[in-house]
Design a protein around this ligand. Structure first.
Ligand code: BV8
Length: 242
């Protein structure tokens, strides 16, 4: 199933970096970012809804989209792909897991060191103060900040917003030092996250892609594993570390 060169590269690597996208959570039942637009939101593109402008123009609609996704995320569980990456973290001397996902499933699967590039839908913060709140009054939509009265918003990075500096720097530093970089379940279209595999390539890393479909990254990958990450990743981990 796997090329011996891939298995030996992972077995001998001291520094492995993984970037995940919505595809790794698809088998848990979390719609990928582009599938999430159903019902009321189906006539929007994600880039139109996940923006500060959309929220300011229609706070109730955007808040409710996130409230629905937050509720969905709380009801699903990690799948074998998430667990396989938690096992990989235990096996590799220097392992970095970078995710574009906001669902928190990597942490729930036991991954200890996770860099969330785009925040976490389970956290809510004040639109003005940028500080997180642990409880809010759901009778008003969007709810108000208990400290300053501004609207509350999900603690995620919207299009047109800068990524958290610390997360972006950690991700970029790890990618530049990776011996093996795995891009898993991402369409590799959203920047600056999509720059990370390219940065790894520029520094001589072996690029591995795990995806059910072709992406703009596929032709740059030394190994392209076509299939669902929930099946491919456990098989890969078992083959590398029997
Ligand atoms: C920034 C959180 C600097 C929110 C997300 C114009 C104005 C402003 C910015 C831009 C602009 N033009 C371009 C930009 C940059 C922009 C961007 O990249 N746009 C894209 C559309 C071109 N980026 C930004 O705005 C970023 N900030 O640049 O700041 C700046 C500041 C001011 C002005 C200018 C620049 C911020 C980007 C972060 C946005 N937030 N999420 C939320 O979740 O609601 S992005 C969101 O979409 C995800 O986090 C993720 O990053 C992305 C979706 O991508 P994927 O995860 O890859 O998911 P997708 O559904 O696309 O694909 C799933 C893949 O899985 C597929 O390949 C599929 O085949 C595969 N798959 C499916 N099932 C499986 C599977 N694979 C394996 N197994 C399976 N079972």
């Amino acid at each position: 199933m796997f090329e011996p060169e891939l298995l030996s590269a992972l077995r001998s690597a001291q520094r492995v970096v993984v970037l995940t996208g919505a595809g790794i959570s698809a088998e848990s039942g979390v719609p990928t970012f582009r599938d999430a637009l159903t019902g009321l939101w189906s006539n929007f593109k994600p880039e139109e809804l996940a923006t500060p402008g959309a929220f300011l123009r229609n706070p109730k609609m955007v808040w409710e989209w996130y409230a629905l996704r937050r509720q969905l995320t709380a009801q699903v569980t990690p799948n074998p792909g998430h667990f396989a990456l938690a096992e990989m973290e235990r096996r590799v001397p220097h392992f970095a897991l970078i995710t574009q996902n906001v669902d928190g499933l990597h942490q729930r699967a036991g991954s200890r060191q996770v860099t969330e590039l785009h925040g976490n839908i389970g956290r809510v913060k004040c639109f003005e103060e940028n500080t997180c709140v642990s409880a809010w009054d759901e009778t008003t939509v969007p709810p108000r900040c208990p400290h300053c009265g501004s609207w509350l918003r999900p603690d995620v990075v919207w299009f047109g917003e800068l990524l958290p500096e610390e997360a972006r720097e950690a991700a970029s530093g790890a990618s530049a030092n990776a011996e093996v970089f795995l891009s898993i379940g991402t369409s590799a279209l959203v920047y600056p996250a999509a720059d990370l595999p390219l940065e790894a390539l520029r520094h001589g890393a072996v690029l591995v892609e795990v995806n059910t479909e072709e992406t703009p990254l596929t032709r740059r990958a030394k190994f392209s594993l076509r299939g669902p990450s929930g099946r491919v990743l456990p098989e890969l981990v078992r083959a590398v570390w029997p």
